[in-house]
Design a protein around this ligand. Structure first.
Ligand SMILES: NC(=O)c1ccc[n+]([C@@H]2O[C@H](COP(=O)([O-])OP(=O)(O)OC[C@H]3O[C@@H](n4cnc5c(N)ncnc54)[C@H](O)[C@@H]3O)[C@@H](O)[C@H]2O)c1
Ligand SMILES: [Zn+2]
Length: 366
């Protein structure tokens, strides 16, 4: 299968290449030593990846220094884990000439990227994302960090990768629910940036769900072009990067209100429908576009209505506390059409009153 390359230029600490292919993990250590001939690699991964055989695929017959985050998942996304990684690198006598290889989903990428950002004041990180969410989103933007006991992603740094290797073969071992939920960022990218991509997702969904490598590579390529472009224009989220937040204002509230019963992708699916309902309510669109979105999400197996257990006043309260809120009410990213953000002057996010959001939430119960 052909390997694709995308250059992401001119970022701090420098541009990097995204490699997309189907068997990159097995040759990864050679590629890393080619890029960093004088450096010692150190692998950070989690228990789930070890159990799935992905660490063995990466190591081959070598035994490179590594740290396995246990248990896998959000509960380990803490400063304690970062400290443990840093101390284990120090104990292995690694210095400024080390390079961190992050093999895993978004949690591993965020934790390992942050550890790399602060080890000896910063060493390179090579991101090897192994979930659809990480391949479409978290491995690309340079955001790294961990949660505090009070909030998600409370501590962190912008630390752009030195290279990204997207090996679609790794997706083979992801469980079905995570896999389906991980598709949400691809749907979001298509909605905000590329109408043809949305049509591609509609026509290729069965192949995507069968995890066919050539289609998955194409999806990865489209995601990287979109996110790579946005990140390049706005590396530190001052303005345009906010469009990546599409569907996330309501979606994050739903995610929190569900007490994390819903996966991120499942909550954002409801958030994307919420954004569509706002667009209908404000007259940006008739309901045809929203029907297409609902139909695609349903085929993926994602929810399109709010569970009755989540009350609207709780959601309003959480929306008020959105990280990006100004004067206790956030702005909303909306589209006029697939691929067309509704801009207000230079602003990518709009004022939408609480009354409109209340109406939309009522409709979201289906
Ligand atoms: N930095 C960013 O810009 C950004 C963007 C979006 C999300 N995130 C973060 O990403 C995290 C979620 O990431 P995620 O959805 O990838 O979940 P995850 O990293 O927690 O992985 C989910 C589970 O899948 C397992 N797994 C991962 N890859 C596998 C594979 N190939 N085969 C078998 N099992 C595998 C893991 O072991 C884990 O148990 C959140 O912490 C979120 O905050 C960060
Ligand atoms: Zn998201």
């Amino acid at each position: 299968m052909t390997e694709h390359h995308i250059e992401v230029p001119a970022l701090d600490p420098g541009g990097y290449t995204i490699h997309i292919g189907s068997d990159l993990v097995t040759s990864l250590l050679d590629r890393v030593s080619e890029q960093f001939p004088k450096s010692q690699p150190f692998i950070v991964t989690d228990k789930g990846l070890v159990d799935a055989g992905q660490l063995s695929r990466l190591q081959g017959d070598r035994n490179v220094g590594h740290f396995v985050i246990t248990p896998a998942g959000e509960v380990s996304k803490t400063m304690q884990t970062v400290t443990a990684i840093l101390e284990s690198m120090e104990a292995a006598s690694l210095g400024r000439d080390s390079v961190v290889v992050a093999l895993g989903g978004g949690t591993v990428g965020d934790i390992a990227g942050f550890a790399a950002a602060i080890f000896k004041r910063g060493v390179p990180v090579v991101q090897v994302p192994t979930t659809l969410l990480a391949q479409a989103d978290s491995a690309l933007g340079g955001k790294t960090g961990v949660d505090s006991s009070l909030s998600k992603n409370a501590f962190g740094a912008f630390w752009h990768p030195a290279a990204v290797y997207i090996d679609v073969h790794t997706l083979e071992t992801v469980n079905d629910r995570d896999y389906r939920a991980g598709l949400i960022e691809s749907v979001k990218h298509a909605m905000i940036a590329d109408a043809d991509y949305f049509a591609y997702l509609e026509s290729h969904l069965d192949a995507i769900l069968r995890r066919e490598y050539d289609v998955l590579s194409e999806v990865a390529l489209k995601n990287c072009r979109i996110k790579g472009h946005v990140v390049q224009v706005d590396p530190t989220e001052r303005n345009m990067r906010r469009i990546l937040n599409y569907g996330h204002t309501i979606g994050h509230a739903v995610e929190t209100a569900s007490e994390f019963e819903l996966l991120h992708g499942e909550a954002i699916a409801i958030g994307l429908v919420g954004a569509g309902l706002i667009e209908v309510e404000l007259g940006f669109s008739d309901s045809t576009r929203l029907d297409r979105v609902r139909a695609l999400l349903k085929r993926i197996g994602l929810p399109v209505t709010l569970p009755q257990s989540i009350r609207p006043d709780r959601l309003i309260d959480l929306i008020r506390r959105d990280k990006k809120a100004v004067d206790r009410w956030p702005r909303f990213v909306l589209i006029d059409n697939f691929g067309q953000i509704h801009k207000q002057g230079k602003e990518y996010a709009l004022d939408v009153g609480k009354a409109t959001i209340e109406v939309v939430l009522e409709h979201l119960y289906g």
